[in-house]
Design a protein around this ligand. Structure first.
Ligand SMILES: [Zn+2]
Ligand SMILES: [Zn+2]
Length: 86
């Protein structure tokens, strides 16, 4: 296993969790969490952070970037399927 298979728990930075266990871990950790509320990234439910960090997060969020790439691809395909005719 390489380092990228691990993520940091959003509720406790000292929790280093194997990514495939992250969703279950987050649910358990959320119940114990007493800090300021975290909002959930629209593109990956395991990305959680205070609202003021979300904008910066989206610049780095791999899932958001994948989503954007997919959207752009769909738009490009749509444009090819239905060429604008005058
Ligand atoms: Zn945790
Ligand atoms: Zn994200």
């Amino acid at each position: 296993m390489c380092d990228s298979d691990y993520g940091i728990c959003p509720y406790n930075k000292s929790h280093r969790i194997v990514l495939f266990r992250m969703p279950g871990h987050i649910i358990k950790c959320m119940r114990k969490y007493k800090g300021p509320p975290l909002i959930i990234c629209k593109y990956n439910a395991t990305h959680r952070m205070p609202a003021e960090q979300m904008e910066q997060h989206l610049e780095e969020c791999a899932d958001y970037q994948k989503f954007n790439a997919y959207e752009n691809l769909q738009k490009a395909l749509e444009a090819r399927k239905s060429p604008q005719r005058a």
